[in-house]
Each structure stands twice: as C-alpha cells, then as structure tokens.
Design a protein around this ligand. Structure first.
Ligand code: ADP
Length: 203
C-alpha cells in the first residue's frame, strides 16, 4: 500500500491534518497510538520488558509502570536504548501490519519523529511535513496540555529543527493561524496528488 509519512513537531497540527485526510477515506496509521498500545495492559512489549527489566516494571494491570521506567531512564543512561530495542521493532512491525491491512487508496502514517529516526523515511513513499513557528507550537501545547512554557520548549528542543524537517519533506503544509477551511483546501489538493502517485505505483 502506498504510504505518505506525516510528520511535524509537537503541536504543529499533525492530528488536525490527519483528521482532514481521513475524511477522504485515507487510512491513518498513528505510530504514537501504536507505541502506547505495545506497553498497555498485556501489550506485545510487556513480556520482554518483564524479562529484561524485571517483573517490578509491570504494573498490576499488566501495563508498563511508566513512572518507574521514567525514573530508571533518568538515572541509567542505557535504559532508554534497552527499552527502545524492545519497543521499536514491535512498533515498526505493527505499523507495517496496519499499513498492509489498510483500506482506501493509500495509507498515511503519522510519525512525529520521522526525521529524527532515519529508518522511517525509507519506509514511506512520500514525506509530508506540517510546519509552524516555535511560538505557535508553544502557545498551542500550553493550551492543549496545560504545560508550562519551559516544558514545551524542552520537548521542542529534543525534536528535529524546522529546517531539518523541511529539508526532508516532499510536501509542506504551513499551519500558522491557518483557517481550517484553508487547511482543508490544501489537504484536498495534496490528496489528489497522492491519489495519482498511489495509482502510478500500482503493480
Ligand atoms: P500535533 O498532532 O502535531 O501535536 P494537533 O493537531 O493536536 O498537533 O494541534 C495542536 C493543537 O492546536 C490542537 O488543540 C489543535 O486543535 C490546535 N490547532 C492545530 N492547527 C490549528 C489551526 N490551524 N487553527 C487553530 N487551532 C489549531
């Protein structure tokens, strides 16, 4: 199935734009949702997590004890990499499974860290980046999540820069104070383009 990777920094508008593509019948595969699912109660990563980190990292409901894992990652430099060595392959295979099962003309895979993790870029046929200013990101995430400004900035600083994301993109949607009707119009145009590309990629 032809796949467009949708990426952008926190609060750039990925979910808003994915929702607009979904209205055209495009299947949305969200890697954040999948990442959460693999460590949810009895998620696919839980047996390996219990084995590698010990049963103490499994909460009574069978999910990852996130507070305990956060504390470990904070104090042990290798813990994050060990956790990701378990979760990332599972997230990738589950994403591929959903992509293969997708209905509709093509799939859109939402990958917040597409630019940061090189492996994703080669797995999609096209990259669509959502771009807005850092100030817009901060204002949106403060409002949406109730985070203080410094916390939002700290998250943004750990993500790729706007420049790096734009350099990796085939297509760009600018989403600063953009009215929803205007976004919907841009999505409609891109959707036509992706339909043509997906059609041309058929065997
Ligand atoms: P992301 O998925 O990239 O974190 P979201 O799509 O959740 O971003 O957008 C972040 C917040 O900003 C949401 O509350 C969303 O409703 C709002 N938002 C996004 N784009 C716009 C826009 N063009 N106009 C007004 N609000 C927007």
């Amino acid at each position: 199935m032809f796949a467009v990777g949708l990426t952008g920094g926190i609060g750039s508008g990925k979910s808003t734009i994915a929702d607009l593509f979904a209205t055209h019948g495009v299947t949305i595969v969200d890697t954040d949702v999948i990442a959460h699912r693999v460590t949810a109660p009895n998620g696919a990563a839980m047996p390996s997590i219990a084995h590698v980190f010990g049963p103490g990292f499994v909460a009574p409901d069978g999910s990852l004890d996130r507070a305990k894992m956060r504390a470990l990652i904070f104090s042990d430099d290798t813990a994050k990499a060990r956790l990701e060595a378990i979760t990332h392959p599972l997230i990738r295979s589950e994403t591929e499974r959903e992509r293969a099962a997708a209905q509709g003309p093509y799939a859109m895979i939402v990958v917040p860290l597409l630019v940061e993790s090189g492996a994703w870029k080669s797995r999609v046929d096209r990259v669509l980046a959502v771009d807005c200013t850092v100030e817009t990101q901060i204002a949106r995430v403060m409002r949406r999540n109730g985070f203080p400004r410094e916390q939002v900035l700290a998250i943004i600083e750990r993500q790729a820069t706007r420049e790096a994301r734009l350099a990796a993109a085939d297509d760009i949607i600018i989403n600063d104070n953009t009215p929803l009707e205007r976004l919907a119009q841009e999505v409609r145009q891109l959707h036509q383009q992706y339909l043509a590309l997906a059609g041309a990629a058929l065997p």
